[in-house]
Write a protein that binds this ligand. Structure first.
Ligand SMILES: *[C@@H]1O[C@H](CO)[C@@H](O)[C@H](O)[C@H]1NC(C)=O
Ligand SMILES: *[C@@H]1O[C@H](CO)[C@@H](O)[C@H](O)[C@H]1NC(C)=O
Ligand SMILES: *[C@@H]1O[C@H](CO)[C@@H](O)[C@H](O)[C@H]1NC(C)=O
Ligand SMILES: CC(=O)N[C@H]1CO[C@H](CO)[C@@H](O)[C@@H]1O
Length: 443
């Protein structure tokens, strides 16, 4: 059961959607981040010019880099800086590695108590493990993934591990690419999750029109498909972004201008409406990868490379885009509903399966209507309300979900470099690339 303190914390965080960034456990050199490094990053995120509320941190691992099973120093840093955490347990390292993640989680509960458990937004068991387990993932590199049954078992292990602790009831989910979520063979993972985390990068969708002006519709299409596959479970946006530098992919140009456009057209309408962890605050310390998605460059600074203000952003929503929120919910706190627009459309892809997604599944998803689901740390409930907008629709009245599905060609090849599993766990470069690869192969 929750303590009174954690219930209070829950009640106070449940009313708004979460906003934040993704944080790897190491720098680009592989050096471990220590507590002061995480503190500097979290403080920067919270004070970024033009924004407020980027105070949640998504982690890829709960183990401090360079140790076997010590709790990651992002935890005391978050406690000190009033940052909340979407914890990550790395799930592609085999059973011994996963057991170490659980050990670190339990040690953190023991060591930090309520100060820790009261700032946990949720727990992700794994990151893109199913994608790496798919033919596209295997073809893209030598990273090891995890099969759905193992992931479902790890999710149960995690639930068992937090039973009777201050984290009991924390919502447990999994993060993966949308093609993994629409793959029916992964249903055991959907079933095991309290929420579903989606990673999406239109920049890399190079087998179709992917100019920056297409990014918003590409993103929305991925979101609608994931929402349809999630069976009404909340979909959290765990990674998305556009690079500030790097190669042109298809028609998509990496530049601060386009990163700003992506932030304003894709990010702004979601901020405050859905849980979003942007990719990313900084990926260029000390070396700048190509592409680079970091919004502050290689020097950590509250002055971003482009304007992050959401004021006067034209979102082209069909009415005042207020998302419904409900004050009911079981347990403590209130549930805020978040949903996608209902989508109707036609799939122009005749025959063939884009990136191995069976076309039958696609046509089902595209005609599905998305129903509101509750998004709330810990509390569950059903949202109700009305209003239509880019993302929010409580009563199914949102009408502008119309899109045209891409005509697919699944013959993409890629020369994107891959590293080893340690790079991925660090949450740098590697994590984004893997998310990106799916776009190349799937569309
Ligand atoms: C901590 O964050 C919460 C939510 O963002 C805010 O309401 C509160 O005032 C903050 N507390 C401090 C001490 O900054
Ligand atoms: C679908 O998921 C299963 C289980 O994760 C995997 O083995 C299979 O390769 C996936 N299929 C595609 C086309 O990605
Ligand atoms: C909104 O619509 C106008 C007119 O169609 C268009 O010029 C503009 O780029 C759109 N803005 C966004 C953010 O999609
Ligand atoms: C009802 C409505 O606003 N429909 C618009 C949805 O978006 C498409 C593409 O941007 C427009 O052409 C429709 O007019």
């Amino acid at each position: 059961m929750h303590t009174a303190a954690s219930l209070l914390a829950l009640a106070s965080t449940a009313s708004a959607s979460l906003m934040g960034f993704n944080y790897g456990s190491t720098f680009t050199t592989g050096a471990a981040k220590v507590q002061s490094d995480f503190e500097a990053e979290f403080t920067t995120a919270a004070n970024l010019k033009g924004t407020s509320g980027f105070t949640s941190a998504r982690l890829y691992t709960t183990v401090q880099a360079g140790t076997a099973s010590d709790p990651i120093s992002a935890i005391p840093a978050a406690i000190k800086t009033n940052t909340t955490l979407l914890l990550g347990l790395w799930a592609s390292g085999g059973d011994t590695s996963f057991a170490n993640e659980i050990l670190a989680l339990k040690a953190a509960i023991q060591q930090y108590g309520d100060a820790f458990t009261s700032i946990v937004d949720g727990i992700s068991v794994g990151s893109e493990d199913l994608y790496r387990n798919s033919p596209e993932g295997i073809e893209a590199g030598s990273y090891v993934g995890t099969n759905p049954d193992t992931l479902a078992r790890y999710i149960k292990d995690t639930k068992d591990a937090i039973t009777g602790t201050g984290l009991e009831g924390a919502p447990i989910g999994h993060v993966d690419t949308w093609t993994a979520w629409v793959n029916g063979s992964n249903q055991a993972v959907v079933d095991a999750c309290d929420w579903v985390g989606m990673d999406a990068y239109p920049y890399f969708q190079n087998t179709m029109a992917n100019d920056i002006t297409e990014s918003k519709s590409l993103f929305e299409e991925a979101l609608q498909k994931t929402q349809s596959a999630s069976g009404g479970k909340a979909v959290w946006i765990t990674e998305t972004g556009h690079p500030v530098s790097g190669d042109t992919v298809g028609q998509s140009v990496a530049s601060p201008e386009n990163a700003e456009t992506y932030w304003k057209t894709v990010g702004c309408p979601m901020f405050g409406q859905m849980n979003v962890w942007w990719y990313t605050l900084q990926d260029a310390a000390p070396d700048t990868p190509s592409p680079s998605f970091g919004i502050v460059g290689s020097t950590l600074s509250t002055t971003p490379l482009f304007d992050l203000s959401c004021k006067n952003v034209q979102t082209n929503s069909s009415s005042s885009a207020t998302s419904p929120s409900a004050t009911s919910g079981s347990g403590s706190g209130s549930a805020s509903a978040s949903s996608g627009a209902s989508a109707t459309g036609s799939n122009q892809n005749s025959g063939g399966s884009p990136g191995g997604v069976p076309s039958a599944q696609i046509s089902i998803q595209e005609s599905a209507t998305v129903t509101p689901s509750a998004v709330s740390p810990y509390a569950t409930g059903t949202g109700s309300g009305s209003g239509a907008g880019s993302y929010g629709s409580g009563s199914g009245s949102s009408t502008n979900g119309t899109f045209t599905a891409p005509s697919a060609s699944a013959s993409a090849t890629s020369t994107i470099p891959v590293g080893d599993a340690a790079d991925l766990r660090s949450g740098g470069f590697g994590a984004a690339f893997i998310a990106i690869m799916v776009a190349i192969f799937a569309l």
